[in-house]
Design a protein around this ligand. Sequence first.
Ligand code: GLY
Ligand code: MN
Length: 368
Amino acid sequence: MKERVVRIFDRMDPKPDLVLLANSTDPHVDQTFYYLFGVPSGLFEGSVAIAHPDGELDILSSPLEAESAEQAAKNDPHVQVHVVNREDTDALVPKLAGNPGTIALHYRELTHDWFVRLEKVFPGAKWVDASEAIRRTRVTKDASELERLRKAAEIGSAVGREIPRLLKAGMTELELAAEMEYRMGRHGASGRSFATIVAFGPHSAEPHYQPGSARLKSGESIVCDFGAIYERYVSDITRSFHFGQRDEEMKRVHDTVEAAQRAALEAIRPGVPAKEVHLAAERVINDSPWKGRLTHGVGHSIGLAVHDGWGYGPKAEDLIEEGMAFTVEPGIYLPGKGGVRIEDDIVVTRDGYSFLTTTPRSYLEVPA
Ligand code: GLY
Ligand code: MN
């Protein structure tokens, strides 16, 4: 996509002769490859994208994805597809590249193995890092990206609304996670954006807990953190519930997290440093009896990846811009007892934000 290629070059000074992306084996596939190429289907392991300063893009595709690649190129006059076997890739790359002096690579995604190959392909080239230019370009979404993010969020929200009906005493965390993932598929997701987190009782005090064989008991907190992929774009949503007999402390914890999320959301508008969003939530939590129990940054950008290059905590100086999409996800975690996190996806508008996710956020006590 010419526009996107040019925007990346525009953010680099001096401009390199090329930006070169090289994919390894999944999961070491650079999502920026899809961002520039816009191909709707295919994995493109081992593929290379050579982006030129005028916006033209050469794609080296394996025969595995030739059909998808050629179809996508028909819709974009600025893309040339070259179908090539892996063993011929290294010889074709310099032919398409011309004789570049400075080559920009995506240091944060390129494997060392590929770098060693490229050093042999381009002896004497000067390497520069395109990571920051790519990150800054990808963080602001265009209309077609927002449409996909909205759809991914709708799928996540639909499953979020169904969770209370799925809860049954004695079910395991893994069973609930499997049911949620199945339902995301039924609602139109092509996959999950990350390994679904389902945490019962004390496990819910660990933000990145991985579900296991623990069984749901009355009186327990539940944290479900999950997301859908739709046309390569993701959602990321967390809802917290309480199962059975009420726990007054967890109810107050939930009220505090809701208030923290509201404060964070109110801070969102173009021109504000991202840390202000984090600090707004943190102030609410630190003024409560659970001071210090927010143990992570309050959000991150979403897009082709669930952590799409930008996380924000108390030191994030990046300014918020219209069109950015990110999560707002404060939490309070009480080790040994349980936790509450509420996470929504939003897009920044001209004077504030609008929600992508729509599942109700208020405290829900589900009868055991
Ligand atoms: N949803 C998991 C995370 O944001 O880290
Ligand atoms: Mn998240």
